[in-house]
Design a protein around this ligand. Structure first.
Ligand code: IPE
Ligand code: IPE
Ligand code: MG
Length: 242
């Protein structure tokens, strides 16, 4: 029995990432302002975090705002900024209680002093040595930008003689990437589109990818459980003959 349990639990995805897409279309479909879609999206995050803890997931990495999303209308960006502030204020006490370790990554500096300060406070408040879940939030993140940034950083270290060319390997690239997760087991995208949209390009090399038609505000705990169940059915070969 113990062996069977071990076999099944080995297939549980350790690291899950989600492209939370469809807030705008959900709002339009419900005759609401786009910002209301983003607001509803935050509510869904709470339920998915709770379920991730229950399922013993190591890390949940959420795509909240891409480097390309800066080209959205100013009022929408402003609404998202306000929501980020409010979401941190509202959710940090609960996350702390749940022993969730929160980390933001991407060009977060572009969001201004107020958000930077809030992010730092939230990260400090939720620091936990033995977290129930590592919750990573990509904010102002672009996969290509990350690769450019880390290439510059590694090159500069080589130039200064701090690292040797021969030190550069896959682990070092992971180390210099701003992404707190190095391997995504399961990537979920809601909203019906089948693309990556510049998310975690290096880290999804061997992810199972599930596209869900529902808009993010309609995505439920049950949908998430179904995604995990689907993941468990997949044979992951990593290029091997098995
Ligand atoms: C995803 O929802 C959230 C962000 C990009 C901030 P969208 O706002 O992209 O929703 P759709 O794709 O327009 O419906
Ligand atoms: C991806 O969604 C980014 C986030 C969910 C934060 P987008 O709506 O920005 O992606 P595209 O434009 O459909 O590719
Ligand atoms: Mg979208």
């Amino acid at each position: 029995m113990a062996n069977i349990i071990k076999k099944i639990s080995q297939k549980t995805p350790k690291n899950i990432a989600i492209i939370m897409d469809g807030n705008g279309r959900w709002a339009i479909a419900n005759s609401l302002n786009v910002s209301k879609g983003h607001k509803q999206g935050v509510e869904v995050v709470r339920a998915i975090v709770e379920e991730s803890i229950r399922q013993n997931i190591d890390s949940l990495t959420l795509y909240a705002f891409s480097s390309e999303n800066w080209s959205r209308p100013k009022p929408e960006i402003e609404a998202i900024k306000q929501l980020v502030l409010k979401a941190i204020e509202d959710q940090v006490p609960e996350l702390t209680e749940q022993k969730v370790k929160l980390k933001f990554f991407g060009h977060t500096d572009d969001f201004g002093e107020k958000i930077i300060k809030k992010i730092k406070e939230a990260e400090n408040a939720t620091f936990s040595e033995n977290p129930s879940l590592q919750l990573n939030v990509a904010l102002g993140y672009g996969g290509r930008q990350d690769i450019v940034d880390l290439t510059k950083e590694i090159s500069s270290r080589v130039q200064q003689g701090k690292i040797q060319l021969s030190d550069i390997n896959e682990d070092l690239v992971n180390e210099y990437s701003c992404s707190p997760v190095s391997n995504v087991d399961l990537l979920i995208r809601t909203g019906g589109d089948r693309r990556i949209s510049n998310f975690l390009l290096y880290q999804v090399a061997y992810s199972e990818i599930l596209f869900v038609d529902k808009y993010w505000p309609d995505f439920s705990k049950e949908d998430f459980i179904k995604c995990i169940a689907n993941f468990k059915k997949v044979s992951r070969r990593f290029g091997k003959r098995v």
